[in-house]
Design a protein around this ligand. Sequence first.
Ligand SMILES: Nc1ncnc2c1ncn2[C@@H]1O[C@H](COP(=O)(O)OP(=O)(O)OP(=O)(O)O)[C@@H](O)[C@H]1O
Length: 261
Amino acid sequence: MPDLLEVKNVTRKFGGVVANKGVSFSFESGKVIGLIGPNGAGKSTLFNMVSAIFPPTEGEIWFAGKRIDRLPAFKVSPLGIARTFQNLQVFKRMTVLENVMVGLHTSTSSGILSAAFKLPKAKKEEETIYQQAWEEIEFVGLEDVAAVEAGSLPLGKLRLLELARALATKPQLLLLDEIAAGLNHQETAEMSDLIFKVRDRGVSIFVVEHDMDLVMRVSDRIIVLDQGEKIAEGTPNEVQNDPRVIEAYLGNDEEKEEATV
Ligand SMILES: Nc1ncnc2c1ncn2[C@@H]1O[C@H](COP(=O)(O)OP(=O)(O)OP(=O)(O)O)[C@@H](O)[C@H]1O
């Protein structure tokens, strides 16, 4: 049985900038893996390659035994990878329910004509989409605001909406991009609990996070990047005590504030 995600010797260059250099790691199903590192370490770049937003310059990415690094994003998500975005990607004029449903329409098989003429197949799919969307809205606890326009919701609820929309596609791997950014202490604690609940469904979760409390609490294992390279990998306890990790954070002026790794 192959690992769920395998990143093999991945390098990504932007012109002369080497954003990731020879990064390798893998992980199995049902785990929470954290990705940390000082500003500019290459976290977003790695995340974007795993979600097929752009390909690596060198190296390979495998998901559930299938090579995915040359596939476009629209072919990768149906394989079972979903993600949230740090800069929320919600439709402000749509309700919460519509936002979750719209994410599912791309995966339906009936064509535009059958939907337009409300043929039985399209009607059945619409019901399934409604059901799936509603399940995830309840899972994240947004049922009270399901009919509310997303644009009028506070940030904490918008982050839950992003999560519901990603979960509705029933991923095997969920990528969370700074899911706790801007959340207060209470909301962050609730988000941690939700991450555990998602993991208990057997979903693997890959978390990029600046909030050290959250990442240390939820991760089974943490990968640390610095200047594009993987400098450490281990349990939260191991990476917090790794001299290379402490040096990477302390050595970067901008991160001194966050040096309590
Ligand atoms: N599209 C791009 N074009 C040119 N350089 C880029 C591009 N994307 C990222 N980089 C560079 O690659 C390096 C890694 O950036 P990346 O955004 O992946 O780091 P990060 O760890 O996510 O940073 P942060 O924590 O600040 O979000 C940086 O030097 C960045 O300037």
